[in-house]
Design a binder for this molecule. Structure first.
Ligand code: TYD
Ligand code: MG
Length: 469
């Protein structure tokens, strides 16, 4: 089949193709266009495509039978068949295990532990379900073997390694080997012969993603695809694979600390608010059961500007420590630095404190940090942020047995948070003796854990009084 190559410009952010270079893409991104060679279908090719579409419409060919629509009522609603990955935290983030035929993208910065978690899952699946194929374009077979031996001591006779980057070759091997689980590490190193663009380019990543999707869906084969991201957390270049796949998992953490958080940004088979926590050690990644405990490790009595709080992540409550610091501004504008807390949320909380607690922050730099590097979603941390700032500003020593939670409204009122009762239970489990919470949450709690005092408050002022009391 004769193919003509033409030059197009592709947006690295959204995949939009343009015949000419543009400074700003229609998606809003600046300087995101890269030049690529696209292969044009020749006339005969497109005619063939057109005729198969026509045949499908009139019900004439084999393709048409495959494309027969099904009545909603006739679709079987059998539960997704899931596989255990042998890693509890990974199962949870996936929504209860690995769904057969699903495509999962694991993204993260280089060196964060993507290959490690995947080899651990691959060894377990190979032991318990059958043949697993681990394709790597990043490392040699010897390197993968060394890692596998370091992290697992299981029986790995069903685990096959392949150092290859050509998609056509990989698909041939899959056809022969018929694995129950396929790993492709990483999509940025793979290429298809169909295109002459370089591996890692938008069009290569897109075609490889498409080929893998077809491979997975037709054979009921679950596939893990590794994708590298840039420092800022963006998928390097091609966001395009994100909407092809069923799940997008992101692996984050500080490289010099052991804690790793796995979070799902998209999940067709479960919730996206679930997180998994791991510790990177000598022999790979181990799930952390008591995550609250590890986040609260450094909380001590008498520290000004430290406050415990609770959030709800996915299906479990999680306790965290908020730290705040205020310092007189030296030159120019007062700085506001927030880590793990939304910046505009912090500004709002400062404005409420100015108004309701009579503090002026105009000449004060304010720093807020959620210890452990987590960025909790939602507003349950508002009250703890406000109290931590108040405590450091007024020099009130903190109490390591007090926890605060609640959303702050613009009028300084406290709004209830969801799952309040479960967070209170977690606080009791972790040995807290006092919880400052919105009155409306307190009223709903039927069973107060023993040893715990609940202080229901309706606004920030009352919360501050409770803190001092
Ligand atoms: P890796 O899984 O290769 O990262 P990625 O695939 O995301 O690029 O992990 C690399 C880092 O993890 C490396 O710095 C070494 C460290 N590591 C451990 O600390 N313990 C282990 O058991 C393994 C396998 C890796
Ligand atoms: Mg790797």
């Amino acid at each position: 089949m004769a193919k003509k190559a033409k030059t197009v410009f592709v947006c690295q952010e959204c995949g939009y193709e343009s015949p000419k270079w543009m400074g700003q893409c229609i998606c809003g991104a600046w300087n995101s266009f890269v030049e690529e060679k696209a292969v044009e279908l020749d006339e005969a090719d497109s005619r063939r495509r057109g005729s198969s579409v026509k045949a499908a419409m009139t019900g004439g060919s084999a393709a048409s039978r495959a494309a027969k629509p099904t009545r909603l009522a006739e679709v079987k609603t059998a539960d997704y068949r899931r596989m255990d990955t042998g890693i509890g935290e990974l199962n949870r983030v996936l929504g209860g295990g690995l769904v057969k035929g699903s495509l999962t993208l694991i993204s993260g910065e280089p060196g964060i532990g993507k290959s490690t978690i995947i080899i651990q899952a691959a060894v377990w699946i190979a032991e318990n379900y059958g043949t697993v194929l681990y394709v790597s374009g990043e490392e040699s077979e010897e390197q993968i073997k060394m890692r596998a031996e370091r992290v697992c001591r299981g029986d790995t006779k069903n685990l096959f390694l392949l150092a290859e980057t050509n998609m056509e070759v990989i698909m041939g091997v899959v056809e022969q080997l018929k694995p129950v689980f396929l790993v492709v590490d990483s999509i940025q190193t793979m290429y298809s012969e169909e295109l002459d663009a370089a591996p890692g380019s938008v069009s290569q990543v897109r075609i490889c993603g498409n080929l893998l999707m077809r491979l997975g869906k037709s054979g009921d084969l679950p596939i893990f695809i590794v994708a590298h991201v840039t420092k800022s957390g963006e998928l390097a270049g091609p966001k395009i694979v994100e909407h092809l796949v069923d799940c997008v998992l992101n692996f984050t953490g500080e490289r010099n600390q052991d804690l790793r958080i796995l979070r799902s940004y998209k999940n067709r088979f479960g919730t996206t608010s679930e997180i998994g926590a791991f510790e990177m050690g000598e022999d790979g990644l181990t799930g952390i059961e008591n995550l609250s405990g590890s986040f609260l490790e450094g909380l001590e009595d008498g520290t000004e500007g430290a406050m415990a709080t609770a959030v709800y992540e996915g299906t479990r409550p999680l306790l965290l420590e908020v730290q705040a610091l205020t310092a007189p501004t030296n030159i120019g504008f007062a700085r506001r630095t927030a880590l793990g807390v939304d910046h505009s949320r912090l500004n709002m909380i400062l404005a409420v404190l100015e108004r309701k607690a009579g503090i002026s922050f105009i000449n004060q730099d304010v720093y807020v940090n959620i210890v452990g590097g987590l960025r909790p979603e939602g507003t349950a941390t508002d009250l703890a942020v406000a109290l931590a700032i108040y405590s450091v500003y007024r020099g009130i020593p903190g109490d390591s047995k007090t926890l605060a939670m609640g959303e702050i409204g613009l009028t300084g009122d406290l709004r209830p948070v969801q799952n309040g009762e479960k967070m209170v239970k977690e606080a009791a489990r972790m040995g807290f003796t006092r919880v400052i919470l919105p009155r409306r949450n307190q009223e709903k709690i039927r069973e107060i854990p023993s040893g715990l005092r609940l202080i229901g408050v309706t606004n920030v002022k009352e919360a501050i009084e409770a803190l001092q009391g």
